[in-house]
Design a protein around this ligand. Structure first.
Ligand SMILES: [Ca+2]
Ligand SMILES: [Ca+2]
Ligand SMILES: [Ca+2]
Length: 426
């Protein structure tokens, strides 16, 4: 904190030597030992460029009953951080108020836990801009934050940029989103007209009609090193991440998607939906996602000019809604997809890919993840051999694990393959 204050003060005074004012640090603590007892009081007293240092471990609610724990006046650019390095303070919406409401200014915020924050848009943080702005969010936790209403956007975070040419340049780093929801779009994050970079985030147990974790409507989105687990969509054609109209490019790398599903088996959907823009997916895993209709990746290309590249990914054990569904990748006609260095295993036969693609090499599709481990206990042993032999000539087919080579009959080939791979699954 001291270093940051010092750096800011030096930069400020060096860049504008004629100005006499410099950034002031305003302190906040609930126990009366600081300049202010509530963050709102410090914000109301702050000037552009000031830093508000909030006591580590303190909690703030909407004490004045205006629907937000902290409302930042229009165009006030303040930095709000804990008063110690790696500290955290808490914003508690008590299921009746939103967290931070920012208008028309840049934002730098870190070390905040948002709990039970509720608003129509942006339960945890609502950010509205009318020009190019920056939004830097780091080391924050969002628990049970909600966007309520028919057009609700962003249970944890709603980022509203001005236009395609005047976006909010947003980075979200080291943040966790759990149990957040929106009654319409973006269970955790909704971003409109932004260049959004998400790095090292976790989305668990979040839900929405569209984009139970993230809903991006442009300009671009990049998601790295993040986890998406146990999220649900509550509408038919729902998704976990949707990249919608006007997204110029999207890239997802080093991410894990597991056990995501529709909220009920009467709903269909997909994990990731790309509508426009060049798409890159690299080094991601998709495991045990449930009741998919349009696969883990649904590639639309409504203007038929963009490319999609999927490489170094693994898909295993994702289940489909019905016999006409796709378990892994659905590429609509016209999508220019290149697929390489990717494995797909433990899916219902012939459901892995719908649509055409260019084979970029090193594909291993349509197999069992561990051929011979029929009872799925992680090894190939006598138990598996007994089951395999019992299936001989019994009419078992390619979706039965006894059929190791998935040729729709149990033969000596299956038995020999099993014996040759005896031992633990690698
Ligand atoms: Ca308030
Ligand atoms: Ca076994
Ligand atoms: Ca066979």
């Amino acid at each position: 904190m001291l270093n940051r204050t010092l750096k800011y003060t030096l930069a400020f005074t060096t860049a504008i030597p004629c100005m006499t004012a410099s950034a002031t640090t305003l302190t906040v603590n609930t126990d009366g030992t600081a300049d202010y007892q509530h963050i709102q009081d410090a914000v109301d007293a702050a000037s552009d460029g000031d830093i508000i240092a909030v006591a580590d471990g303190t909690t703030y609610t909407d004490t004045d009953g205006d629907g937000w724990v902290v409302e930042i006046p229009s165009r006030l650019n303040v930095t709000i951080n804990p008063d110690v390095e790696d500290g955290m303070f808490q914003i508690d919406g008590d299921d009746s108020a939103g967290g931070f409401n920012y208008r028309f200014s840049g934002v730098s915020l870190e070390g905040v836990t948002f709990v039970d924050c509720t608003a129509e848009d942006g339960g945890g943080i609502y950010l509205l801009a009318d020009d190019v702005e920056t939004f830097e969010l780091a080391n924050c936790i969002f628990e049970s934050c909600h966007a309520i209403g028919a057009a609700a956007k962003g249970g944890a975070l709603c980022i509203q940029g001005a236009s395609t040419s005047a976006p909010i340049n947003a980075t979200v780093t080291n943040c966790q989103f759990s149990g957040c929801s929106s009654e319409s779009s973006g269970g955790a994050i909704f971003a409109n007209y932004s260049t959004l970079l998400i790095d090292n985030a976790e989305f668990t147990g979040c839900s929405a009609k569209k984009g139970s974790a993230v809903h991006s409507r442009g300009v671009s989105i990049e998601i790295n090193n993040s986890i998406f687990a146990d999220n649900e969509w509550t509408n038919t054609s729902g998704s976990v991440v949707i990249m919608y109209n006007g997204v110029e490019s999207s890239e997802i790398s080093n991410c894990q998607f597991s056990s995501n599903k529709p909220a009920s088996s009467s709903l269909d959907g997909q994990l990731i939906e790309r509508r426009y823009g060049d798409f890159v997916l690299n080094n991601c895993s998709f495991t045990d996602n449930v009741d998919l209709k349009r696969g883990c990746i649904f590639l639309r290309d409504l203007d038929l000019t963009d490319t999609a590249t999927i490489s170094d990914c693994s898909f295993s054990g994702n289940t489909t809604l019905n016999a006409y569904s796709t378990s892994c990748i659905l590429a609509e006609t016209g999508v220019n997809l290149t697929l390489s260095s990717t494995q797909m295993c433990d899916h219902e036969a012939n459901t892995e890919i719908s649509g055409s693609y260019t084979d970029g090499g090193s594909l291993n599709l349509g197999q069992w993840c561990c051929p011979g481990d029929i009872d799925e206990d992680g090894d190939i042993d006598a138990d598996d051999l007994v089951i395999c032999i019992a299936g001989w000539d019994s009419g078992l087919g390619s979706d039965d694990r006894e059929d190791l080579d998935r040729d729709e009959s149990i033969t000596v080939v299956d038995v020999l393959t099993l014996l040759n791979s005896w031992g633990p699954c690698s």
